[in-house]
Write a protein that binds this ligand. Structure first.
Ligand code: HEM
Ligand code: HEM
Length: 157
């Protein structure tokens, strides 16, 4: 078996932070789609919501290929086992959401499918937000409690 890399490559880091920006935009500013969003005074249009969502899905294919070929650094032993397992599990749920969120949006928008609408707006949206909150807490715990420098690896490589 090929050894896992010590850190994230430049492309993996660019994909992580680029996708964070795209996903955050769609989650925080969906007003054009009739959704409740943050009052930032910025209102991406319907077309922008759709293009951003489809870009997330396209970049996720590349990211998944990189993950399966190059791999990602192992969860460091510094963190308790339960959190290591949770983090790995959560990452695969993220990958599922990278596809399920845009696909349910497309089905809802173009086929007017009520189940897809429910899934997109009422089930996957809160799940995505919850997972991001847990992920950020784990990233901060890695940095400041377990001192594993995973944050450094995803920022500087
Ligand atoms: C990363 C991808 C995406 C994210 C994170 C996202 C996020 C959101 C959010 C937060 C809402 C507002 C839900 C509410 O407050 O009711 C929404 C609504 C909506 N989005 Fe997306 N979206 C994504 C991709 C797409 C795509 C590709 C389409 C394709 C057309 C789409 C179509 C819609 C539609 C039709 C609604 C309105 C649903 C309703 O009637 O309540 N979304 N989206
Ligand atoms: C939309 C928000 C986010 C998503 C969807 C997301 C997704 C992911 C995914 C899937 C990975 C696994 C590596 C990979 O497969 O490329 C990862 C790693 C990582 N992310 Fe995020 N991330 C988000 C936001 C953040 C933020 C805001 C931080 C910093 C506070 C962060 C810190 C990290 C760290 C430190 C790692 C490496 C440690 C690990 O593998 O768990 N992420 N992220």
């Amino acid at each position: 078996m090929r050894p896992l890399p010590d850190t994230f490559s430049r492309l993996q880091r660019a994909l992580h932070w680029g996708m964070v920006a795209l996903i955050a935009t769609n989650l925080a500013l969906p007003q054009a789609m009739g959704g409740r969003g943050l009052a930032l005074g910025v209102f991406p249009s319907e077309a922008q919501h759709i293009v951003i969502g489809c870009t997330v899905m396209a970049l996720a294919v590349l990211r998944l290929l990189l993950r399966l070929t190059r791999g990602v650094p192992p969860e460091p032993m510094g963190a308790p086992r339960v959190f290591r397992v949770l983090a790995r599990l959560g990452q695969w749920v993220f990958y599922a959401l990278f596809f399920a969120m845009p696909l349910s949006g497309l089905l809802s928008y173009y086929l007017d499918d009520p189940t897809a609408r429910l899934l997109h707006a009422e089930i996957l949206r809160p799940l995505f937000c919850l997972l991001i909150a847990v992920h950020v807490c784990l990233a901060l715990a890695h940095q400041f409690v377990w001192r594993t420098d995973m944050l450094g690896k995803i920022i500087r490589g």
